[in-house]
Design a protein around this ligand. Sequence first.
Ligand code: SD4
Length: 338
Amino acid sequence: MSNRRKFVKQSILSSAAMLVGKNLFAHSAPRTEFTPVTVKDNPIVISTWDFGKAANEAAWQVLGKGGRALDAVEKGVMVPEADPNNQSVGYGGRPDRDGHVTLDACIMDENSKCGSVAFLEHIMHPISVARMVMEKTPHVMLVGEGALQFALENGFKKQNLLTPKSEAEWKEWLKTSKYKPVNNIENMLPGGEKNHDTIGMIAMDGAGNMSGACTTSGMAYKLRGRVGDSPIIGAGLYVDNEVGAATSTGVGEEVIRIVGSHLVVELMRQSHTPEDACRLAVERIVNRNPAAAKDIQVGFLALNKKGEYGAYALQKGFSYAVKTGKNSTVEQAGYHFK
Ligand code: SD4
C-alpha cells in the first residue's frame, strides 16, 4: 500500500473511532484524568444504609435491562419511600414535633437537569414529584403547599403518611419533648432505633451515564418547616456526568454548611478517589467545629466515572449497599472518630 493510501486509511479509521467515542460519551469529555469507562456490560448502583440493598435490587430491574440511570434511581428509592417500616423515608416516616410527616427529595440526571421538593406533605413518592418538577416545569424546586398543589394537579394522590407506629412513638416523645438535633453518636432514639436515615442513591447505566436521587422524612420531631440537606442540589446530592456523583446522609445542617455533595464531586475532579473525597468532606466538617462534630453523624457516598465507589462518615456505623452485575453487597464506610 502506498504511503498516501496508508495515511488516508488511517485517518478514516481514527476519525471513525473519534466519532464512535463522541457518540458514546457525549457528556464525558475528558476534562480530568478520568477516562470514561466502558460500562456497557457492567452498570452499577450504590445507595446509603442497609436498606439500600432492596432499593438497589429495584434499580437493577431497570439497569439490568439496559435502562437509563435516571429511571433506575427513581424506581430504586421508591422502595423505602413506600415501606411503612422504614421510619426515616416517605410513608411511615417520623413526623415533625407537631405530628406532620414532611418530606424532602431531589433527583439529578446526566445532563445536570434536576428537580426537587421540600416540606411536602401527604404524597407517598416525593421523588416522582421531584422528577416531574424537573421534567415539566422551568424550575428546580417546589416547596410546601405549592409542591403539594403541583403534585395533586399532576395526578398524585393525597394520603395519610403517619402510620400508627410512628404516631404512637411521637405521642410518647411528646411526654418529654426533648429535642436534640445534635444527638448521640449512633443517632439512636431511646428505643435503640435510628433517629434519622436518608436514602441517597447513585447509578451509572450501560451507556456510562450517571444519575442520582435522594429522599427522606428528615429529622424526627424537627421544627415545623425545617428542611434538611436532602432536597438541596449540591448538599444532599450532586451529579456531574464528566466526573462522578455523591450523596449524603446524617445531620443535614452540617452538610448544607459545606455544600457537601458538590464538594465531594469537586474533590473527585481533582483526582481524589471517591473514598478520599468523602473523607476530606467529613474532615471539613470536623475542622469547622470539632466539638459539635463529635456528637453527630454525617456520611458521604460517591461514585466516579471509572465505576469506583467509596464512602466515609464522622462516626462508626454508616453502611451502604452496592449492586453490580456480579454482586449485591452491604459495606461499612470508614469513619473519622475512632
Ligand atoms: C436531613 N440528611 O434531613 C437528612 C436526614 C438524614 O440520616 O440523612 N438522616 O438532615
